[in-house]
Design a protein around this ligand. Structure first.
Ligand code: OVM
Length: 403
């Protein structure tokens, strides 16, 4: 009866600093061990590192639920650290109701309406970076570009006031750390929270949101009876939770990919229309959200291997995105690859609802760079910001050589 004995066991701790700094050797070992593995430091979960199984789990929301949390903690056994997200940590039918509203607000049509503004701000910020790089010798790709761009355009689109936006960074860092274990990273993030939760929740209220913005549109959906007025602030919270730290690090990782691959940047500079595929390939190559979990909603199986009800399933998104079973030369960053099928933005009913906005941000920033900057040089080694879920850079010193 000991069917689980068939599952290989490995010693890796995905949350150990060495694996957060460089997860790729661990990913390879997990993939090569089998379609499903156990990790001795977390004996109650199973992990999937191959694209086929990660994709299958994400696309089987009936067996692999989100309502028990999409981090390590099982909300059936532990109280969530904040009221559950009504979309991320929900299953149908609730998820269907809330997702319908968010996906309309973030639709391609809505993205067309913000495109001109997002483009203009990207061009201004790239221009300022070029000037700063010339005046001071270098810029920080994170502080001078990847961080300030999303922190301006996205809260503007949601309709959040300018004051206090740095709270969004602290909040994002906490949320993505909270999906891992209660380690030192989470403790440090929680320490910095102080009044931040209150700031976040008060800025989810209608009277704090500019009329017509994405946030206000949530309340309009409540007025129309699509969701309740009690649900509205929590759905605005999803914008503030998922919309800033994700794109900051997506952009930061894309800058790192391009700076560390000058031959790829040369292609982008020669043809700015490659901006969108270059961003997409960066998402595959260096997945911003490294991991998400599901929970077995009943006794089920993965690749024919039994998985008991209530088991946490660790989906190593970044590993699936470099699985050689799926991608030729997976460790190569190649902006001419068309990496469709990557799972950096998830897959299935929970696939990133803001992906059109995220891609817009990536596209317009890389387009502005491609046009204005001939070469990007690494001015000094980068440093990483460790986070239990996010692949994040702390600093990325760059020299921008204008065209
Ligand atoms: C939410 C939420 C929070 C973090 C991430 C996310 C990637 C969603 O609160 O709904 O999606």
């Amino acid at each position: 009866m000991n069917e689980t004995a068939a599952i290989p066991e490995l010693d890796f701790d995905p949350y150990a600093s060495e694996n957060l700094l460089d997860p790729y050797p661990m990913h390879e070992a997990v993939r090569d061990a089998g379609p499903v593995v156990r990790l001795r430091p977390y004996p109650t979960l199973v992990a999937c590192g191959r694209h086929e199984q990660v994709h299958a789990v994400l696309n089987d929301h009936a067996n692999f639920i989100s309502g028990a949390g999409v981090g390590l903690s099982n909300f059936n056994l532990e109280t969530p650290f904040r009221p559950k997200s009504l979309i991320l940590e929900a299953d149908p039918p609730l998820h269907t109701q809330t997702r319908t509203v968010l996906s309309r607000i973030l639709s391609p049509k809505a993205v067309m309406q913000i495109r001109a503004t997002f483009t203009a701000v990207a061009e201004q910020m790239v221009e300022r970076c070029v000037e700063k790089s010339q005046a001071q010798g270098s810029i920080c790709g994170i502080h001078d570009l990847a961080q300030i761009y999303p922190l301006k355009v996205f809260p503007d689109a949601v309709g959040v006031e300018d004051d206090g936006r740095e709270n969004l960074l602290i909040y994002g860092d906490l949320i993505f750390n909270s999906m891992g274990p209660r380690n030192a990273l989470l403790a440090k993030a929680a320490e910095r929270m102080g009044p931040v939760t209150e700031w976040i929740m008060s800025h989810c209220q209608r009277d704090h949101l500019r009329p017509g913005g994405f946030g206000d549109q949530i309340y309009q959906a409540a007025d129309a009876g699509e969701i309740s007025h009690e649900q509205a602030p929590l759905l605005v919270r999803s914008f503030l939770s998922a919309g800033v730290d994700t794109t900051i690090n997506g952009l930061g990782n894309a800058l790192y990919a391009l700076a560390s691959h000058p031959e790829q940047y040369a292609k982008l500079h020669a043809d700015a229309a490659l901006a969108r595929p270059a961003f997409e390939e960066a998402l595959r190559w260096e997945s911003t959200a490294q991991t998400f979990f599901r929970t077995a909603g009943q006794d089920t199986q993965i690749a024919g291997i039994p998985v008991e009800k209530n088991t946490k399933v660790l989906c190593l998104l970044a590993s699936a995105n470099r699985d050689p079973r799926k991608w030729p030369e997976p460790n190569r960053y190649d902006i001419e690859r068309r990496p469709s099928g990557h799972v950096a933005l998830g897959s299935g009913i929970h696939g990133c609802v803001g992906q059109a906005v995220a891609r817009l941000e990536g596209e317009v920033v890389l387009t502005a760079l491609a046009k204005r900057v001939k070469r990007i040089e690494i001015a000094a080694p980068h440093t990483r910001r460790l986070n239990n879920t996010l692949r994040a850079l702390e600093t990325l010193p760059l020299r921008l050589i204008p065209a």
